[in-house]
Ligand binder design. Structure first.
Ligand SMILES: Cc1cc2nc3c(=O)[nH]c(=O)nc-3n(C[C@H](O)[C@H](O)[C@H](O)COP(=O)(O)O)c2cc1C
Ligand SMILES: CCCCC(=O)C(=O)O
Length: 410
């Protein structure tokens, strides 16, 4: 990714990228990617939260040399921005996660790979070369699947495991239900294709109609669903691995699971938790020895009515007091918003849907475009605000504007 790259005159903003992507995706994919849980108010507020803050630019500061780099996993990242893990990218483009990985490599931007990717973690590692990658983990009740995945990630040079902690149950996504979402042929939930050798597994892995998913959505009896305690012993979900059945794990808890994960991952890989939204849980994360946290509400796809991530960020930053890095995702659509998140104390941001829009627009080239737009906007914002190094970005550069237009310093 070079600064001299010519503009795509049809697409100069992430908002335009979203419009193009709408034309490129089929309805099932568009609905799955873009929707939030329930009414979608948290999805909306994740973005709107950024407009409550305005930037206080400083001038006459010689900003001729701007350094956008920051520390990440013991090395330096050229930008305080990575690609968030999002499932099933082959829905956006046949090249899927491999295309995203190649664009990330070109830009030097870290890629987060979903457990529920349509490309194996080994193929993504090959497409990444020496570029950093992290594996997002859904820790299954059936530990062996997760243990194998962790070992494979270690062998393939992943820097960290990001345990998603905001999915003890699956959020209610009505469009997904109405569309009877299923992964079309020939795509597979690639990382688990080999784990599923029963005939029943095969149908789901091959992308055929997923009765299991439909049953789960319709509330038919499942061993994994939490509910009123009826005295029966829980048994982990059996059969084909699909995200409806296996990703939500209602048994996850701090003591047993975080300690287990640290033992499995370390020292080769760091252990992070993704989906922290309160100061209390941030403190628990520090207590349990995780290497970092991501303030996230899963892009508004889990608990609707939860606080926008930018609004949750200050209490998390206060609680952590610099002991571990604090990252954030959700609703970031412009480089100035990266600046605002950093000014409020985040060390790094992750970008979800805009990357999927880029991928559906033009595959690898579209992801590269998305990363370039955000990079250029962020660099411009740093310069126009009078900052030349990422650590200089602080709350001194922001004010908050309330509903009546009253402006207050932070
Ligand atoms: C289509 C889609 C699939 C996602 N899949 C995963 C996933 O597999 N694991 C995960 O932890 N988060 C997943 N996420 C959440 C993202 O990692 C991230 O938290 C969110 O997209 C950030 O919000 P943004 O899309 O507004 O940038 C997904 C999000 C979307 C939109
Ligand atoms: C738990 C579902 C797996 C994919 C995902 O995380 C999402 O669609 O948001």
């Amino acid at each position: 990714m070079t600064a001299q790259q010519p503009h795509d005159l049809n697409c100069l903003t992430v908002a335009e990228l979203e419009k193009h992507a709408e034309q490129c995706m089929d309805k099932q994919t568009r609905d799955y990617y873009n929707e939030g849980a329930d009414s979608g108010s948290t999805l909306l507020e994740n973005s709107q939260a950024y407009s409550k803050y305005r930037i206080r630019p400083r001038v006459l500061r010689d900003i001729s040399l701007i350094d956008t780099s920051c520390p990440l996993f013991g090395a330096r990242s050229p930008l305080p921005m990575g690609v968030a893990p999002t499932a099933m990218q082959c829905l956006a483009h046949p090249d899927g996660e491999a295309a995203t990985a190649r664009a990330c490599r070109e830009a030097g931007v870290v890629i987060g790979l979903s457990s529920f990717a349509t490309t194996t973690l080994e193929d993504v590692a090959a497409a990444s070369g020496s570029n950093p990658r992290v594996l997002q983990l859904y820790l299954f009740e059936e530990r062996e699947h997760s243990r194998r995945l962790i070992q494979r990630a270690k062998a393939a040079g992943y820097k960290a495991v990001f345990l998603t902690v905001d999915t003890p149950m699956l959020g209610r996504r009505n469009l997904e239900i109405r569309n009877q979402f299923k992964l079309p042929k020939p795509y597979k939930i690639a990382n688990f294709a080999e784990d599923s050798d029963s005939p029943a597994s095969k149908t789901v892995m091959d992308g055929a109609a997923s009765d299991t998913d439909a049953d789960k959505r319709e509330g038919k009896k499942s061993t994994s669903a939490p509910g009123v305690h009826d005295g029966e012993k829980r048994t982990p979900p059996a059969g084909p691995i699909s995200f409806h059945t296996h990703a939500p794990n209602p048994t996850l808890c701090w003591d047993r699971d975080i300690d287990w994960l640290r033992k499995e991952c370390k020292p080769e890989m760091e252990v992070w938790v993704k989906g922290i939204a309160t100061g209390e849980d941030a403190l628990l994360a520090v207590y349990h020895g995780v290497d970092g946290i991501v303030v996230s509400n899963h892009g508004g796809r889990q608990l609707n009515g939860a606080l926008a991530t930018l609004d949750a960020l200050p209490e998390v930053v206060d609680a952590v007091q610099g002991k571990i890095p604090v990252h954030i995702d959700g609703g970031i659509r412009h480089g100035t918003e990266i600046f605002k998140a950093l000014a409020l104390g985040a060390d790094f941001v992750w970008i979800g849907r805009p990357v999927l829009w880029g991928l559906s627009y033009k595959g690898q080239e579209g992801v590269a475009l998305c990363l370039r737009l955000l990079r250029d906007e962020f660099t411009l914002c740093m310069g126009l605000a009078g900052t030349v190094k990422v650590p200089e970005i602080s709350k001194d550069y922001l004010v908050k504007v309330d509903k009546s237009g009253f402006v207050s310093r932070l």
